[in-house]
Design a protein around this ligand. Sequence first.
Ligand code: NAP
Length: 286
Amino acid sequence: MQIIDGKLVSAALRESVKQKIQAIKLQNGGKSIGLAVILVGDDPASQVYVRNKMRACDEVGMYSRLVKLPADSTFEQVAAEIEALNADPDITGMILQLPLPKHLSEEKLVDLIAPQKDVDGCTYGQKGRLWTGRDSLVACTPLGVMRLLEYYNIPLEGKHAVVIGRSNLVGKPLAQLLLNKNCTVTVCHSRTSDLAAVARQADILCVAIGKAKFVTADMVKDGAVVIDVGMDRDEQGKLCGDVDFASVAEKCSYITPVPGGVGPMTVTMLISNTLDAYLMQNPSIN
Ligand code: NAP
């Protein structure tokens, strides 16, 4: 069994993004590539996530801007900020940090982001591109999973991939990415009958449900590749995944640990997506 080391892959990708940004700056006279993050309210977890994103930008030489709005901002006020960033030439990509305060419609606001600046892959425009197999900006966590599989040269074509979880953020885009790589894909959810039997058929088992240590060894085929997206807390309050690592690791060929597997990839894919967005917006730069 081999552990898929998300920290290692993430560091390698960040270095590569950094070098490409330096090269682009030389080519375009120093014009920066910029990421804007809109944070509405003061949710403590969101503040930590936003800080990590800004720090990652600094690390790779990417310009970043935090747009902080009060928790009681109206829909129109947030919409106006998104429109201003859509029109701002210094901003290559933006994300609206979720969750938003309850009175604001995430769906309606997210969809005001210009698709070419949607570096979180959450607008209908980018999702449509993904669904139709075109080049697209893809949600960072599922994209990070694909980069891990790629880095470890794990064959995908013709393999049976089972994705447990069908959220718009993780499960659905991940299933589509695997399908685009010619996997045969089964998507499971809370109402799947005999989930264990379906999971046991997987060559590649991806789990994103948010339930600590839910997938146990009896649900995994010998030699399967197991990708654990979950970020949960065990009975002692310790960070763990959706997979019972100790028992499953003995059975599979590859496995992502939690922490240190999929988690470190998410912010890295955000800066990588921002670089990709810049290249899509500036086809003359290569
Ligand atoms: P979510 O929106 O709550 O979706 C959970 C999905 O799991 C739903 O589709 C649900 O089915 C399914 N599910 C729940 N219980 C199930 C069960 N007993 N059997 C089968 N399916 C079940 O969660 P999410 O946003 O996708 O996140 C999933 C996990 O990934 C969480 O632990 C989250 O913290 C983690 N996560 C990690 C990262 C990262 O950077 N590493 C990023 C995002 C999320 P229904 O649709 O039928 O309700």
